[in-house]
Design a protein around this ligand. Structure first.
Ligand code: GLY
Length: 369
């Protein structure tokens, strides 16, 4: 049986592992602390439309394809694991604060319309009708009914259980290098001198992917995000609220129960872990400007992690250039959203030898041409 060694037990590594095991491959995932990286920090927005940006249309198509899969993916996971993943389908509201913010929202709406995406322009009053806790100073918004959210920590628990149920083995260790013999990846070298052999190695180490010895040059870098979790938000918001507050972006994502996530900074500072006074200040300041009731909530968690950024903000999927090494990394702001389509695409590649058409634009070759 083909042996697959997956480096990285975050949402992407587990999605790949689960789908590969379901197709009859023998899979081992290596992670010294599975689910404590970007998957732990993520807000869980499933938001192809509100994340859409000029020049990123191929990424938008991949994101939409993955979003389409989410209801089935969540239901299958819940059945396999017994864990509900908190899929929330109340849509997303993007609001603006001052005149410049409203101009930016208009430009975003025009772009969305050009692409035929579903987004409705709202006045300030209509926005507040939708989310009554919005500040009276909110000038207007865009309602995007198709952008949803999921609880990434519940998702990770569910994936761990589902993967184990499908026969995936977990090894708790730090990956130190890809084992390369005669120009081919043959497994992973682990901390403590252990080795794990594999016919194929899948690199799913997120922001750490490019710095692993043995990996060919890969343009993936850490992009720091500081993010906050608050308690006491039951009933505060129906769905995700994103805002432009005097040019700065903030998002508020409610979870089942009384939790609210407020995020996130975007900082090119390498592997810096500091949660800064300025970062927390800006996020809370903007969140309170948009939803004044946030000031009453209990701040229960602040943390910083790294998104795996790539030059075009899209993931890097498929062959790496080193025989035996397959890439599933670089998901930047869309790791939670792209987990279903990534798992499926890599499992398809490893069982048939062909990357599905929808993943073809995302091979590392696009940076080498
Ligand atoms: N997906 C939102 C973020 O990366 O902050």
């Amino acid at each position: 049986m083909t042996e697959i060694a997956v480096a990285g037990g975050g949402l992407i590594g587990l999605a790949v592992a689960w789908r590969c095991a379901q197709r009859g491959l023998s899979v081992t995932v290596v992670d010294e602390a599975s689910g404590t990286g970007a998957s732990f920090a993520a807000a869980g927005m499933l938001a192809p439309v509100t994340e859409a940006a000029y020049g990123e249309e191929p990424l938008l198509q991949l994101c939409r394809a993955s979003l389409q899969r989410y209801p089935g993916f969540a239901a299958e996971l819940a059945q396999a694991s017994g864990v509900e993943v908190g899929l929330r389908t109340a849509g997303t509201l993007v609001v603006g604060f001052d005149e410049d913010d409203m101009r930016a929202l208009s430009a975003l709406h025009t772009f969305q319309q050009e692409l035929g995406l579903d987004a409705e322009r709202l006045t300030g009053r209509e926005s507040r009708r939708q989310e009554p806790s919005l500040s009276p100073r909110v000038r207007g918004g865009l309602h995007v009914p198709g952008d949803h959210s999921v609880d990434p920590r519940a998702l990770h628990r569910a994936m761990l259980a589902a993967a184990a149920g499908a026969g995936v083995r977990m090894v708790r260790a730090r990956t130190e290098a890809v084992r390369v013999e005669s120009g081919r990846a043959t497994g992973l070298r682990l901390a403590g001198g252990q080795e794990l052999t594999g016919d194929v190695v899948v690199l799913a180490l997120g922001a750490h992917s490019a710095s692993l010895p043995g990996v060919p040059p890969l343009p993936v870098r850490p992009v720091k995000g500081q993010i906050l979790r608050l308690r006491g938000a039951a009933g505060l918001l129906a769905g995700t609220v994103r805002a432009l507050v005097r040019g700065r972006q903030v998002y508020l994502v409610p979870y089942a129960g009384d939790r609210l996530v407020v995020g996130a900074t975007v900082e090119d500072r390498g592997f810096d872990t500091a949660v800064t006074a300025g970062g927390v200040h800006d996020l809370l300041h903007d969140a309170i400007d948009v939803v004044p009731g946030v000031s009453e909530l209990e701040l229960v968690e602040t943390l910083a992690r790294w998104r795996p950024g790539s030059p075009d903000n899209a993931p890097v999927l498929g062959p790496s250039g080193l025989p035996g090494l397959v890439l599933a990394t670089g998901h930047y702001r869309n790791g939670v959203l792209l987990a279903p389509v990534t798992g499926e695409a890599i499992a398809e590649l490893l069982t048939t030898g062909t990357l599905p058409e929808l993943a073809e634009p995302f091979t590392v070759d696009r940076f080498r041409r």
